[in-house]
Design a protein around this ligand. Structure first.
Ligand code: GDP
Ligand code: MG
Length: 160
């Protein structure tokens, strides 16, 4: 562990990024992972996972009163997802920018949803909306021992 290569710990955030079942089915896993990898964030956890209904409901509990909630739960549990934990200074807000607007038709070209999707109900990827939710969602989707503590060989070329 090389602490001088890591930003001061209080600035480090984690974001829970998930490739939804449509992203997996459409063969976009490599493309989507690549966007975060190339940006320079640190991958701390990664797995292909069939999400049970109760976990999907817990993850999206803030939306449980929305009319689309049952469809959303069916969608997220309809096939395997790719669960990821990405770490870095500012990763939560930056990942939201890389992902783009919730409605892919409104998402800017160059974003994941802007480039790769056409409908809100099939918007290929999830990203945490706050650092607190990043922590909460990673604790929800990953078990202890599934995250790796490591320093990338690129670290000193990504941050001065
Ligand atoms: P996000 O943070 O950009 O993913 O958007 P929200 O937190 O508002 O919603 C969570 C997810 O619910 C979205 O990514 C969509 O998959 C889904 N969703 C949101 N609004 C709608 C809607 O109006 N219709 C449908 N079918 N799904 C929606
Ligand atoms: Mg959200």
């Amino acid at each position: 562990f090389l602490p001088h290569l890591v930003a001061s710990m209080e600035d480090v955030e984690v974001s829970y990024i998930m490739i939804k079942p449509d992203g997996v089915q459409r063969g976009l896993v490599g493309e989507i992972i690549s966007r975060f990898e190339k940006k320079g964030f640190l991958l701390k956890g990664l797995k292909l996972f069939q999400c049970p209904k109760d976990l999907a409901e817990e993850h999206y509990k803030d939306l449980k009163d929305k009319s689309f909630f049952p469809k959303l739960i069916d969608y997220i549990t309809s096939g395997p997802v790719v669960c990821m934990a990405w770490e870095g200074v500012g990763v939560v807000a930056s990942a939201r920018k890389l992902i783009g607007a919730t409605n892919p038709l409104q998402a800017e070209p160059g974003t994941i949803r802007g480039d790769l999707a056409v409908q809100t109900g099939r918007n290929v990827v999830h990203g945490s909306d706050s650092p607190d939710n990043g922590q909460r969602e990673i604790a929800l989707w990953f078990k202890e021992g599934e995250l790796c503590q490591w320093v990338s060989a690129q670290a000193s070329w990504l941050r001065e």
